[in-house]
Design a protein around this ligand. Structure first.
Ligand code: UDP
Ligand code: MG
Length: 339
């Protein structure tokens, strides 16, 4: 059955620097036992047909349907497959992070383990990456998922993410992507941030491209997500928004709002003092008094929160030796040095 997919595998003729590229395919696996054999075989054949050096890393995310044993057995038999078996079910983001950490290639390709992505698209993604991009993201132009629970929420999410992150691609949810490995190593993943990898990459200054890819309906097993993920995506989006804008300068946002709030509170309080002391009016039952107090206290809190955020931001960068910038390349005469 996978033969039919393979026969359509487009050969990328002008594949330039195949010799230097080592591709690691990273696949998170959670209860995908029926898909596994076809999946690994198809990925392997795609790479072989295009003469691309590769390895496949399947991360078992605490499956309970026998995927774990099958994966262990397959990894024993195949030299091109490494299985990373997690102790329990952590979720797709940690599974992908585990795969990234075990990948040895200089290009990383991610795809879902349910055969919804088509491995035959991988060579095109890699060829695009080789044109000088750091990340090439798949775009499921003709997506095969349920309309109400998947397509509509995803439409809205994509619109919102595009507005917030300013990364101009159509489809953020597509798992089929190709990365330069050093880019992935610069990104730390938390929550369900795998969906925002393009946005995170953009924060890291990556060059991003998008390519339409095929998408198939799920053949085996069931989707691990429902409508519940909408809320989690929104919260992750809020994090991304903050990181993109203020990661290295939290005081600019909290300090500003704090100061404005404090000043308005102070102004109102002075006005009330004038009424009380200057004109002898009673101010005890005025709502304005409560407003003045609330604004002033909120202002003080926001301001001190900003200072704390500054401190933890510094700890974040300095404890990991994370510079606040990313160098693409250093150019000098004589021996060219890569950053
Ligand atoms: N997955 C995982 N851990 C989880 C949930 C999902 O590793 O806790 C994997 C799953 O096996 C699949 C991929 O993440 O390879 C995407 O999941 P799914 O196909 O259910 O998502 P959908 O395509 O429906 O968005
Ligand atoms: Mg899927």
């Amino acid at each position: 059955m996978n033969r039919s997919i393979l026969s359509e595998t487009p050969k990328v003729e002008s594949y330039p620097a195949a010799a230097q590229l080592q591709v690691s395919a990273v696949v998170p696996i959670y209860n995908e036992v029926e898909s596994l054999p076809i999946l690994v075989e198809t990925i392997a054949n795609t790479f072989k047909n295009n003469a691309i050096p590769y390895e496949i890393i399947c991360v078992d995310d605490g499956s309970t349907d026998g995927s774990t044993d099958l994966l262990r057995q397959m990894a024993h038999q195949r030299s091109d497959l490494r299985a990373v078996l997690l102790r329990r079910n952590y979720g797709q983001t940690p599974a992908m992070a585990a795969g990234f950490n075990h990948a040895r290639g200089n290009v990383i390709v991610t795809l879902d383990g349910d055969l919804q992505n088509d491995p035959a698209d991988i060579p095109r993604l890699i060829a695009k990456l080789d044109e000088g991009y750091d990340l090439v993201s798949g775009w499921r132009k003709d997506r095969q998922d349920a309309v109400v629970t998947r397509l509509i929420p995803s439409r809205m999410a994509n619109w919102l993410i595009r507005k917030v992150t300013e990364v101009r691609i159509h489809d953020y949810g597509c798992s089929l992507k190709a990365y330069r490995a050093e880019l992935v190593r610069d990104m730390n993943l938390y929550g369900e941030l795998h969906r925002f990898l393009p946005a995170l990459a953009f924060i890291e200054g990556a060059r991003i491209a998008e390519l339409p890819v095929r998408h198939h309906a799920r053949r085996y097993g069931y989707s691990k997500y429902g409508l519940g993920r909408t809320f989690r995506v929104l919260m992750d989006l809020a994090t991304i928004f903050f990181m993109k804008k203020f990661l290295t300068r939290p005081m600019h946002v909290f300090g500003l709002f704090g100061l404005v709030s404090m000043l308005i509170g102070l102004g109102l309080a002075l006005y009330l003092c004038f009424l009380k002391l200057g004109l002898g009016m009673a101010i005890g039952d005025r709502p304005l008094l409560s407003l003045a107090v609330v604004l002033f206290l909120t202002g003080v809190q926001l301001f001190s929160f900003g200072l704390l955020a500054e401190l933890s931001m510094r700890t974040y960068h300095e404890s990991q030796n994370r510079p606040i910038y990313r160098v693409r390349e250093v150019v000098e005469s004589g021996e060219a040095a890569d950053a």
